[in-house]
Design a protein around this ligand. Structure first.
Ligand code: F6P
Length: 551
C-alpha cells in the first residue's frame, strides 16, 4: 500500500512548509487586508474564522489536494452509507443515522435502520414527557425530581456536557446528576443529594458490563432497596436502562420494558445522539433534544455536500494535519468562552483521543506519522489564569480553538451584558495577542515612553515580549442553543473522521483501553487475599502489598 507520505500533495506540503515557516502571521495579515474575508466560513449564524493560522491560499490548495489523495470523498460516502468501516469490530459507524431528520432509508446488512431509530426516539419522547409532567411516579407515588445518570466515557461525557451547556433550557424542577467514577465518593456524594422516593436512575451503558457503571448501579440499587425494605418491586419505578444488551439488563433486575435500545453501530463516544441521550431528553425536553439532533444533521449535510475548500470540518481537520504532521505541534487546546461549555474539553478529549490515538493503520501496518493530538483545555477566562502563560511564552506551540457565543444564554439585564462584554473582549484579546505577539521594540516603547526613562529596566524587555505567530481558530455564533450545540459537536466529529482518513487509521475502535481493564481484573482478586503478591513486577507487587498492609 502506498502511504500518504508518498503522495504528491504531501511532498509539496513538506516543501511549502519550509517556505512559509519563517513568515510571521502578522506579515500574512499585513500582506492581505482581506485576510478575514478569505479565510473564514459561515454556516447559518456560525462563523469559523481560521485566518489566524499559518496558511495562505497555496497551503489550503495543497491541503485539499492531500484530502483528495487520501480519498476523503470515498470514505465520506462509506461512512454515511453504513459500510462497516470499523473493520476491527466489523461494524458500521452510523451515528449520522440517529440524527437523519430527512429520514431517507439507511441500510445495514440489508435492513433499513430508520424505523427502529424512530421507534426509540418516540419511546424516549413518551418517557421524558411522563417524567417531566409528573405522570411517571416513584414507587411511593411521588413525582421525580432528581435524575441520576450512571455511565462512563461516552455514556456519561456527552449527556453531562449537554445538560450543563444548555442548563437554561432545562426543566426548573428537575436536577440532573452524573455519576461516572468508580471511586465510591462519586456515587456517595450523588446519593447524599437524593431522596430515594423522588429519584430516577438512568443506567447508561452500551455493553452493560462496564465495571465502573455496574458497581455504581449496584450501589444505587442497594440504596433504593434499603429505603423500601428490600422490596424489589420498587426498582421498576426508579431504574431505567439504556443499552444494546437486553439480556444483561434483565439480569440486573431492570424490566426490558424500561430499557431504551441502541445498536452496535453506535460508537460509545458518538452515542449522545442515541438513547444514551435520554437524560438530555428528560432534562431539556424532547423538543430541545430533537433540535440538538437537527443541528447535527444540518452539519452532516454540509459535510456531505459542500466542496472541500468550503467545508468546515474538512478545513479544520486539514489545518490540524498541517500542524501535527508538518510543524510537529502535537497538542490542541479547546478553549470555550462559555462557562456552560466547561465540559466540552473533556468531551472532545474522548471524541478525538479515543478515535485517533492509534499507531496501526487500516493496512495493519505501524503508522509512521503522528496521529491524534493531545486534546485538552478549559473554559475561558479561567484558563487564562492557569496555563495561558505557556501558550503565550512556552516552548511548545499549541494550536487552539476559541469558541464563544455572541450573546449569553442568561438573558441580558445590564449586568449580564457587562459580564458578556468582558468575556468577549478577553476572547478577542487572547486570539489577537497569540497571533500578533509583541516585539522587544514595542515593549520598549511601552516601558520607556520618554527619552529619559529609556534603558531603565532594559533587562525586563525580553521577558515582557511575545513572539506571537501562535495559531488559533475562532468559532463564534449568536447563542448557545440546542441546534447550535448540535452543529458544533458534529463539526468536531467529522473533523476527527477526516483526520483519521488522512492518517489511514480506524477512528472507530478503541482497543487501547482494553489492556488496562484486563490487568485490573487480575489485580482485583489479589487485593482480597492476605498473602503477599509475587505475581507481577517488583513495583506492582510492592504497590499491591502496601495497599494490603494498610487496609
Ligand atoms: O473507555 C472505553 C469505552 O468503551 C468507551 O468507548 C465507552 O464510551 C465507555 O467505555 C463506556 O462503555 P459502555 O457504554 O459500554 O459502558
Amino acid at each position: 500500500m502506498t502511504e500518504i507520505t508518498d503522495s504528491k500533495a504531501w511532498k509539496k506540503l513538506v516543501e511549502h512548509q519550509k517556505s512559509i515557516q519563517a513568515t510571521h502571521m502578522r506579515d500574512l495579515f499585513n500582506q492581505d487586508p482581506n485576510r478575514f474575508d478569505n479565510f473564514h466560513l459561515n454556516f447559518q449564524d456560525l462563523i469559523v474564522d481560521f485566518s489566524k493560522n499559518k496558511i495562505n491560499n497555496h497551503t489550503l490548495k495543497l491541503l485539499m489536494d492531500l484530502a483528495r489523495e487520501a480519498k476523503l470523498d470515498d470514505w465520506r460516502t462509506k461512512l454515511f452509507k453504513g459500510e462497516k468501516i470499523n473493520f476491527t469490530e466489523n461494524r458500521a459507524a452510523l451515528h449520522t443515522a440517529l440524527r437523519n431528520q430527512s429520514n431517507h432509508p439507511i441500510m445495514i446488512d440489508g435492513e433499513d435502520v430508520m424505523p427502529k431509530v424512530n421507534n426509540v426516539l418516540d419511546k424516549m419522547a413518551k418517557f421524558s414527557e411522563d417524567v417531566r409532567n409528573g405522570d411517571w411516579k416513584g414507587y411511593s407515588g411521588k413525582r421525580i425530581v432528581t435524575i441520576v445518570n450512571i455511565g462512563i466515557g461516552g455514556s456519561d461525557l456527552g449527556p453531562a456536557m449537554v445538560c450543563k451547556a444548555l442548563k437554561s433550557f432545562g426543566h426548573p424542577n428537575l436536577k440532573p446528576i452524573f455519576v461516572s467514577n468508580v471511586d465510591g465518593a462519586d456515587i456517595s456524594q450523588a446519593l447524599e443529594q437524593c431522596d430515594p422516593e423522588t429519584t430516577l436512575f438512568i443506567v447508561a451503558s452500551k455493553t452493560f458490563t462496564t465495571q465502573e457503571t455496574m458497581a455504581n448501579a449496584s450501589t444505587a440499587r442497594q440504596w433504593l432497596l434499603n429505603h423500601f425494605q428490600g422490596n424489589t418491586a420498587s426498582i421498576k419505578s426508579h431504574f431505567v436502562a439504556v443499552s444494546t444488551n437486553a439480556r444483561v439488563v434483565k439480569e440486573f433486575g431492570i424490566d426490558t420494558e424500561n430499557m431504551f435500545e441502541f445498536w452496535d453501530w453506535v460508537g460509545g463516544r458518538y452515542s449522545l445522539w442515541s438513547a444514551i441521550g435520554l437524560s438530555i431528553a428528560v432534562y431539556l425536553g424532547m423538543d430541545h433534544y430533537r433540535k440538538l439532533l437537527a443541528g447535527a444533521h444540518e452539519i452532516d449535510q454540509h459535510f456531505l455536500e459542500t466542496p472541500l475548500k468550503k467545508n468546515i470540518p474538512v478545513i479544520l481537520a486539514m489545518i490540524g494535519v498541517w500542524y501535527i504532521n508538518f510543524f510537529n505541534y502535537n497538542t490542541h487546546a479547546i478553549l470555550p468562552y462559555d462557562q456552560g461549555l466547561s465540559l466540552l474539553p473533556p468531551y472532545l478529549q474522548q471524541a478525538d483521543m479515543e478515535s485517533n490515538g492509534k499507531f496501526v493503520s487500516r493496512d495493519d501496518e505501524y503508522v509512521s506519522l503522528h496521529t491524534g493530538p493531545v486534546v485538552w483545555g478549559e473554559s475561558g477566562t479561567n484558563g487564562q489564569h492557569a496555563f495561558y502563560q505557556l501558550i503565550h511564552q512556552g516552548q511548545d506551540i499549541i494550536p487552539s480553538d476559541f469558541i464563544i457565543p455572541m450573546r449569553s444564554q442568561y438573558h441580558p439585564n445590564s449586568e449580564a451584558d457587562l459580564h458578556h462584554k468582558i468575556l468577549f473582549s478577553n476572547f478577542i484579546a487572547q486570539t489577537r495577542a497569540l497571533m500578533m505577539g509583541k516585539t522587544e521594540n514595542e515593549v520598549r516603547k511601552e516601558m520607556f515612553p520618554t527619552d529619559e526613562s529609556y534603558g531603565k529596566l532594559e533587562h525586563l524587555v525580553r521577558h515582557k515580549s511575545f513572539l506571537g505567530d501562535r495559531p488559533s481558530n475562532s468559532i463564534i455564533f449568536n447563542e448557545l442553543d440546542p441546534k447550535t450545540l448540535g452543529r458544533l459537536l458534529a463539526i468536531y466529529e467529522h473533523k476527527i473522521f477526516v483526520q483519521g482518513v488522512v492518517w489511514n487509521i480506524n477512528s472507530f475502535d478503541q482497543w487501547g483501553v482494553e489492556y488496562g481493564k484486563q490487568i485490573a481484573s487480575m489485580v482485583l482478586p489479589e487485593l482480597s487475599t492476605t498473602r503477599a503478591t509475587e505475581a507481577f513486577d517488583s513495583s506492582t507487587n510492592n504497590l499491591i502489598n502496601n495497599f494490603k498492609k494498610n487496609t
